[in-house]
Design a protein around this ligand. Structure first.
Ligand SMILES: NC(=O)c1ccc[n+]([C@@H]2O[C@H](COP(=O)([O-])OP(=O)(O)OC[C@H]3O[C@@H](n4cnc5c(N)ncnc54)[C@H](O)[C@@H]3O)[C@@H](O)[C@H]2O)c1
Length: 257
């Protein structure tokens, strides 16, 4: 097992990619702190870890509130005695307004607070513990929209680009503390977020089939496997990278010949 005996904290673990990561981490031997805005969803995830025999703890926190982030990390350290692996997975999607009409700056700020500031703050607080305990692994969850330009995306794409850049800066700065900082960049993934986007008419399975060389969205478990690799010692000499998990989406220039 690749994560035997590790203590892992996963944000946004109440659903989708975060939940799949929590389950896989426990199967790989980690004890898991599953945190989410929604406490019942986090509890549900922890319930799914029982068959693995690993320990699971559910914590609720609103990551847009710095004092809740701090309390969450303190509780996580109390629960298991530390954090060897942090997965910054929680995220808020795009602000629902066209770029030329957008006036809802609170919604813009919320995307930036959850996706960017909380990723930084969780990393900072976990790294303080890791620095004095022989290092650790941090894996951020960005998006292919943080790499490619995507229309109508407002705050979301820029927030994920910030996460990708932050991954590099923190990786370089914290390499001396044996803290690896890496990132995954999924394309559309089959979670409730994709269901919502299809319902709102922003995308469709037909559009994804046309655009993605592998002709489908990612499964949450496929993203979780990339996260587990970057969180494991198999990726011990890898830091500062962003790994697309996108079925070839970013490789494809979308030109017809
Ligand atoms: N699903 C996709 O197509 C897709 C594609 C690329 C990247 N991503 C990224 O993957 C990550 C997971 O996305 P998903 O689709 O699995 O789930 P999701 O988008 O449905 O939600 C992620 C989780 O974050 C939690 N969350 C939201 N705001 C929070 C807050 N203020 N405090 C604490 N938790 C909060 C939610 O409760 C939820 O459990 C996100 O960062 C998302 O941006 C998703």
């Amino acid at each position: 097992m690749r994560l035997e005996g590790k203590k892992a904290l996963i944000t946004g673990a109440g659903t989708g990619i975060g939940r799949a990561t929590a389950v896989l981490f426990a199967q790989e031997g980690a004890d898991v702190i599953a945190t989410d805005l929604d406490p019942s969803q986090a509890e549900d995830t922890v319930g799914r870890l029982k068959t693995t025999g690993r320990r699971g703890v559910a914590l609720a926190a609103d990551l847009s509130r710095p004092h809740e982030v701090r309390a969450m990390i303190d509780k996580a350290v109390d629960a298991f005695g530390g954090i060897d692996i942090l997965v910054n997975n929680a995220g808020v999607a795009k602000v629902p307004a066209s770029t030329l009409e957008l006036e809802d700056w609170e919604a813009w700020d919320r995307v930036m607070a959850v996706n960017v500031r909380a990723t930084f703050q969780c990393s900072q607080l976990a790294a303080r513990w890791m620095k004095s305990h022989d290092g650790g692994k941090i894996v951020n969850v960005a998006s292919q929209t943080g790499i490619a330009g995507v229309p109508y995306i407002n705050a979301y794409g820029p927030s994920k680009a910030a996460v990708i850049n932050m991954t590099r800066s923190l990786a370089v700065e914290w390499a001396k503390y044996k803290i690896n900082v890496n990132c995954v960049a999924p394309c559309w993934t089959r979670t409730r977020r994709l269901d919502d986007a299809i319902r709102a008419g922003w995308t469709s399975l037909e559009e994804i089939e046309k655009r993605c060389p592998m002709k489908r969205p990612a499964e949450p478990e496929e993203v979780a496997r990339a996260i587990a690799f970057l969180a494991s010692d198999d990726a011990g000499f890898i830091t500062g990278v962003t790994l697309p998990v996108d079925g070839g989406w970013l490789a494809y220039g979308y030109q017809t010949v």
